[in-house]
Design a protein around this ligand. Structure first.
Ligand code: UDP
Length: 192
């Protein structure tokens, strides 16, 4: 895979289309993948916090979710093809999951938001199997991680904000061979 270093983070050099094709292929082959959708705030946070930087370095794909990253790449003479947002990627993956009746696991956002997200996904993507849905305000994640281990989802979408979602994924990604992606505030948008 081809990457570009912008301020210490290796971004995947990809278009939206290529990236979705890659994730579909990975999913159909039951690969385990950790996806970070990084905006400038995440890049700066990783520069300040070595533990967070180490966590992001464990990702299989870091995508440029923010025009600031694209502009930064051009200024540093290491341009990236285009912005690839977490939200658009999530929607494309939900379409794919619907087509292949895949299992998804949702964790994050407020209780009322996660309930509405489930309703909206059931309406718009009727073939998707939602095998777990938990709000993101837990003290202890054992009930969530044991549910992931027993349900073996194809996709785990974590909308816990950064850095919480990346720490959650890095700690738990070996529980199931899935596409694990931090999706920030996307559940709030999906619920709207
Ligand atoms: N969130 C959560 N648990 C937390 C903190 C945040 O589930 O402990 C959720 C929040 O409800 C929102 C999402 O994480 O749905 C993104 O939060 P925010 O907009 O603060 O983060 P960002 O999009 O900047 O990563």
């Amino acid at each position: 895979k081809s990457t570009v270093d912008i301020l210490g983070i290796n971004f995947l050099s990809t278009t939206n289309h290529e990236f979705i094709e890659q994730l579909k292929k990975d999913s159909l082959h039951h690969q385990n993948r950790f996806v970070v959708t990084a905006n400038p705030e995440i890049v700066l946070a990783a520069r300040k916090d070595k533990e967070y930087q180490k966590t992001i370095k464990q990702a299989d794909y870091v995508i440029a979710d923010g025009i600031g990253i694209i502009i930064g790449g051009s200024i540093l003479k290491t341009p990236l093809p285009e912005r690839v947002t977490g939200y658009d990627t999530l929607i494309s993956l939900l379409n794919f999951a619907n087509k292949y009746s895949k299992k998804i696991f949702l964790v994050g956002a407020k209780p009322e938001v996660i309930s509405q997200v489930q309703v909206n996904i059931k309406n718009d993507f009727p073939n998707i199997k939602i095998v777990g849905a938990y709000d993101g305000y837990f003290k202890d994640d054992h009930h969530i991680t044991s549910a992931i281990a027993s349900s073996q989802p194809d996709f785990v979408f974590a909308a816990l904000g950064f850095p919480k979602q990346e720490y959650f994924i890095a700690k738990n990604k070996n529980l199931a061979p899935a596409i694990w992606m931090g999706v920030g505030g996307s559940f709030d948008v999906l619920a709207g």
